[in-house]
Design a protein around this ligand. Structure first.
Ligand code: PMP
Length: 441
């Protein structure tokens, strides 16, 4: 049965009631804007439980989840070894504000998997990681300017809130109020996948650019993979100009490969930011890289950065347990699961005569309602976000939970088994058939 989008609001009375309560005490009823469903319409589902590939909401509806805590959960929800590791750690105390072996073990693991990270510091969020990485780059180079890419997202620190992607784009904000113009004065905005444009920016700002900050696979404008020589061009330009290359691998780290995007594309950045997967669903992130640059951070050097809960034992335990499960065979399994999901999506759209583009790097996945390939942020902006909204609503009604915002990546996990993919394929076929008949642009 095809249900109209507006009916769905009435089908989630418990979520509706919780959302009403939430809006009286939480800003917009949520603790992160993209959760609010504003980008797609309807009531955000309040989640009571996650297991494997499945989410259950307050009304008892179950969904196959393709958000996976925005990429943090590569093993799926409540993976037994992660749960056990967190329980064991909690029994020994939730935080000490003193060093633990788990921090060392996770750092050693990360440094082995991503050898460009010689020294690192754990923080609690991707926002802190990128904010701290540019502080290091500025101190190391004694320069102020940074280059970022339109439609990229590096968290919500002041210098990054200009023409950003993700929730910033979904909210239609070119920048954020409350950020003083001075904080953005040294942010130069380039075009993703346009190496010549970056070279031109360097020519015009000689000896002034501390770093280029880039998502090696753009994941906050949907998914846009790097064109063939884009990352190597960035590597060459930054080396030539004595600037640092910072890879924001908060999404791609341990996602696109065990060695991250830097391993996949064989580019060594000077600094790297990781988050999401390294915390196994608990709050943890890290920044690190060249020893000479990282040695500037306190207590060794004059760059100050600290954190009460940094390297939290529960988060370290969850991260270690997660990465422990990620042998090479896990990535080949993830690849075949993700390839099947992509094929099902394309088949469903083709059968309904709906033109879509899919961009996929391993288990991160973007879908665009567009007849032309999507290789840049300009291509992303040209696509029909209304089509995505309708697909989202239709899938939600059929028990499939896609990101409730149009400029996000979908994530597949190791818990997406044959049954959940079959359910998803059926839901996709019905949804696209429904969309295909509709008066969409
Ligand atoms: N960098 C990237 C590439 C991200 O995708 C995100 C969040 N989605 C961040 C940084 C910020 O991380 P957090 O939300 O943990 O602050």
């Amino acid at each position: 049965m095809v249900r109209h989008h507006d009916d769905l609001i009435e089908e989630a009375p418990a979520s509706r009631e919780l959302f009403d309560r939430a809006q009286r005490v939480l800003v917009g009823g949520v603790n992160s804007p993209v959760r609010s469903f504003r980008g797609v319409g309807g009531t955000p589902r309040f989640i009571v439980r996650g297991h494997g590939a499945t989410l259950e909401d307050a009304d008892g509806h179950r969904y196959i989840d393709f958000v996976m805590s925005w990429g943090a959960l590569i093993l799926g929800h409540a993976h037994a070894s992660v749960v056990r590791a967190v329980q064991d750690a909690a029994e020994r105390g939730t935080s000490y504000g003193a060093p633990t072996e788990a921090e060392v073990a996770l750092a050693e693991r990360i440094s082995r998997d991503l050898p460009s990270i010689e020294r690192m510091r754990f923080v609690n969020s991707g926002t802190e990681a990128t904010m701290s990485a540019i502080r290091v780059a500025r101190a190391f180079t004694r320069r102020r300017k940074i280059v970022v890419f339109e439609g990229g997202y590096h968290g919500h620190a002041d210098p990054f809130l200009v023409r950003a992607g993700s929730g910033v784009a979904a909210a239609g904000l070119a920048r954020s109020e409350g950020v003083p113009p001075g904080a953005l004065e040294d942010t130069l905005v380039a075009t993703y996948n346009d190496g010549d444009g970056v070279a031109e920016i360097f020519r015009r700002n000689r000896n002034e650019i501390a770093a280029v900050v880039v998502e090696p696979v753009a994941g906050n404008m949907g998914v846009v993979p790097p064109l063939d020589d884009f990352l190597s061009t960035l590597r060459d330009i930054t080396t030539e100009h004595d600037s640092l290359l910072i890879f924001d691998e908060v999404i791609t780290g341990y996602r696109v490969a065990r060695h991250g995007a830097q391993g996949l594309y064989r580019i060594d950045p000077d600094l790297t930011c990781l988050g999401k997967i390294i915390g196994g669903g608990l709050p943890a992130a890290v920044y690190g890289g060249r020893e000479d640059a990282m040695s500037l951070v306190a207590p060794l050097g004059p760059v100050y950065q600290a954190g009460t809960l940094a390297g939290n034992p529960l988060a370290m335990a969850a991260g270690l347990a997660t990465i422990h499960e990620l042998a090479d065979s896990a990535y080949s399994r993830l690849e075949s699961i993700s390839a099947r999901f992509e094929r099902d999506m394309r088949d469903a759209a083709a059968a309904a005569g709906v033109p879509i583009q899919t961009n996929r790097v391993g288990s991160m996945f973007g879908v665009f309602f567009s007849a032309a390939p999507v290789r840049s942020y300009a291509d992303v902006k040209a696509y029909d976000a209304d089509g995505y909204r309708r697909l989202f609503a239709s899938l939600l009604a059929r028990g499939v939970y896609f990101p409730p915002a149009p400029y996000e990546s979908l994530f597949v996990s190791l818990a997406h088994d044959a049954e959940s993919l079959r359910h998803t394929a059926d839901a996709l076929a019905e949804s696209f058939a429904h969309l295909g008949r509709g008066p969409w642009r």
